[in-house]
Every structure is written in C-alpha cells, then in structure tokens.
Design a protein around this ligand. Structure first.
Ligand SMILES: Nc1ncnc2c1ncn2[C@@H]1O[C@H](COP(=O)(O)OP(=O)(O)OP(=O)(O)O)[C@@H](O)[C@H]1O
Length: 209
C-alpha cells in the first residue's frame, strides 16, 4: 500500500499554549486515522492544516509523496468535510450534491446522485430547499458526497462527521468509511464517538508526551 500522507514535525501554539509539537505520522492507503482529544485540543486546527486551510501550524505536510502522475492535482484527490458543513440552504440536496462535486471537478450522472441521497435517507427530500431540513438532515446532505463513488478521490478528511446523526446514520457512515478504506482509500477523521476496525489507528491530542 503506497503512502497517502506524511506529516513531519508539526507544531502549533495558540494563545501561548502549545497544542501539539514534534507531531509526525505517515498514513497509507487503507488507513483510518481517528483523531481524538478534548474540546480545544487542536483537532480542527490540525485537519485544516492538512488540507492547506490553516497557516498557524509549522512543519511539513506532503500528500501522495510517491505519486509520479502530475495530471491530477492533489486537491482533486482529497475531500474535506468541515465541522460546519458547507450546505447552501437555498439549494436543494440534489443541487448541493451536484455543485459540490462539480466544484471539485467531478461530473457525476444524476442517477448516481439520486442513489447517494437515497442511501443517506433523503429520498423524498431531494428537491426541496435545504433550509427546510433538520440539522441532522442538513449534515446528511453534506455527507451524501461520500456515498458517490469517484475513483479519483483517494482521501477523506472529515471533521466530526458523526455529529448530529441518529444511531442508524452513524452506523451507516462508519460502514461507508471502513468500505472506502478497504477499497484503498485513506480517511482522517475527528470524532468524540469511537470507530472500530482493523484499519483504525488512534491519535490523541491534548495529552502531555
Ligand atoms: N481563529 C482562532 N484564533 C485564535 N485561536 C483559535 C482560533 N481557532 C481556534 N483557536 C484556538 O485553538 C484551540 C484549538 O481549537 P480547535 O478548534 O482546533 O480544537 P478542537 O480540538 O477541534 O476542539 P472541539 O473538540 O471543540 O471541536 C482552541 O483553544 C481555540 O481557542
């Protein structure tokens, strides 16, 4: 299994408090990294650094270090779903899913989008404005992307993906995450829930070395 991500000597300090230091790890295809730690320990900050959205973390991050193919940008291979998912409330779930994928350069047949929305329990809600959905349903809109198969995507970075979901949806998403990893994908996720599986590695922030 080839390397997906190497993180080397990451360091972050906020408000004169060191969140993490000398943090190094490598993730390969098939790995699930479960990032844990108390509120405020730096999990979101670390994820944002991994996807290039935070500049408060020192150290080196390299995606797909062994990749020789240059025609695909790393960002096209990585999906990041933030803690507050970007759902456009005036758009329907179907429109959110279609445009979200298009923003990443992926054109997907409508049939696959309908299937993904049905898988996350949004059958019958595909065409209504998303502001009419509950908080958990809005999270499902954002997470539906994970149920569309896009072979170019090799890594998921998920900030609290299980929040606000009911028990059934939590189990469904955990199964989907494990299946993606089993197919050679790599997942980095934060969660205050556990996730079980042979592929799962834990990393806890906020604990003195
Ligand atoms: N924009 C910011 N400016 C200053 N400090 C910030 C900023 N964003 C986050 N922090 C601080 O960085 C620390 C880590 O925040 P972060 O959101 O990464 O924690 P977290 O582990 O994801 O927490 P939670 O489990 O509550 O989501 C917190 O102490 C927070 O106050």
């Amino acid at each position: 299994m080839s390397a997906v991500l190497t993180a080397d000597r990451l360091y972050c300090e906020r408000d004169e408090r060191v969140l993490f230091e000398a943090l190094s790890f490598q993730l390969d295809q098939g790995d699930i990294l479960h990032l844990k730690g108390p509120n405020g320990s730096g999990k979101t900050t670390l994820l944002r650094r991994l996807v290039g959205l935070s500049h408060v973390v020192e150290g080196e991050v390299r995606w797909f270090p062994e990749d020789t193919e240059t025609s695909v940008e790393p960002n096209e291979k990585i999906w990041y779903i933030a803690h507050r998912p970007a759902v456009t409330l005036l758009q329907s779930p179907l429109e959110n899913l279609r445009y979200g994928l298009a923003l990443h350069g992926h054109q997907v047949p409508s049939e696959h989008l309908w299937q993904a929305l049905a898988q996350v329990g949004l059958r019958g809600f595909e065409d209504i404005p998303s502001h009419q959905l509950s908080a958990g349903q809005q999270r499902r809109v954002a997470l539906a992307r994970l149920f569309v198969s896009v072979p170019a995507v090799k890594a998921w970075v998920l900030d609290e993906p299980l929040t606000a979901l009911d028990v059934q949806a939590v189990d469904l998403l955990k199964d989907r995450i494990r299946a993606f990893a089993s197919d050679g994908g790599c997942v980095i996720m934060t969660s205050h829930h556990g996730i079980e599986g042979d592929q799962v590695r834990g990393l806890t922030l906020g604990v003195p070395a």
